[in-house]
Design a binder for this molecule. Structure first.
Ligand code: 5GP
Length: 211
């Protein structure tokens, strides 16, 4: 029996305020785990420079987003910084149900909705910045957003951070390499949970029979 076909996938949810390093950490995790699938969300926000439709996001008009939302197209959806964001149900279900793991970069509202629906299949991680000064610096360095947007995101960051205690794991991102290792360790450990390794029932039967 193939171990891959009979394992139970997990949904690794990562949340943090903008600028805490979540995107870089997600990218690093995906690079070292090519078998991990990133859930590409839909959003009504404008693409930033370098963002490609279908890669970072599916960029939709508000009208198109609301139509899909009403057709129950999303696993979860939320309004963040005045824009709508949602996780398309189809690709996530397909990946997850075939025993593969999905990475979701979503906010606390989305994390809550997923936990309500999938509970033990969700592993949630919150990334905290080392300080508010550092968070502001990182947002400014990115310089892709206007001053107004940066101020709005800082205010949003405070609101987002009040939800840290709802997550399974909390990482303080002082040092990127260190935090990347910690995130990697979480994924590796969570994969070894007994209930996710459904193939072990048959495997251990064989193992014990041979002894
Ligand atoms: P950004 O506009 O900087 O790419 O993302 C803004 C925020 O929206 C981030 O905190 C990100 O995690 C969140 N976000 C992105 N996609 C989704 C989604 O599909 N659902 C929810 N609930 N939040 C999302």
């Amino acid at each position: 029996m193939s171990s891959k076909a009979t394992r139970r996938g997990l949904m690794l949810v990562i949340s943090s305020p903008s600028g805490a390093g979540k995107s870089s950490l997600s990218r690093r995790l995906l690079e070292s785990h090519p078998e991990l699938t990133l859930s590409v969300s839909a959003t009504t926000r404008q693409p930033r420079e370098g963002e490609v439709d279908g890669r970072e996001y599916h960029f939709l008009t508000r009208e198109a987003f609301e139509k899909r939302r009403d057709e129950d197209w999303f696993y979860e959806w939320a309004e963040v910084h005045g824009n709508l964001y949602g996780t398309p149900k189809g690709p996530v279900r397909e990946t997850f149900e075939s025993g593969r793991d999905v990475l979701l970069d979503i906010d606390w509202q989305g994390a809550q909705q997923l936990v309500q629906q999938e509970d033990s299949d969700v592993v949630s991680v919150f990334i905290l910045p080392p300080s508010m000064e550092e968070l502001e610096n990182r947002l400014r360095k990115r310089a892709q957003d206007s001053d107004d947007v940066i101020q709005q995101r800082l205010a949003g960051a405070v609101a987002e951070m009040t939800h840290w205690s709802e997550y399974d794991y909390v990482l303080l991102n002082r040092d990127f390499e260190e935090t990347a290792l910690e995130l990697d360790a979480i994924l590796r450990a969570e994969r070894q949970r007994r209930e996710r390794q459904t193939w072990l029932i048959e495997f251990t039967k064989g193992l014990l029979k041979d002894s």
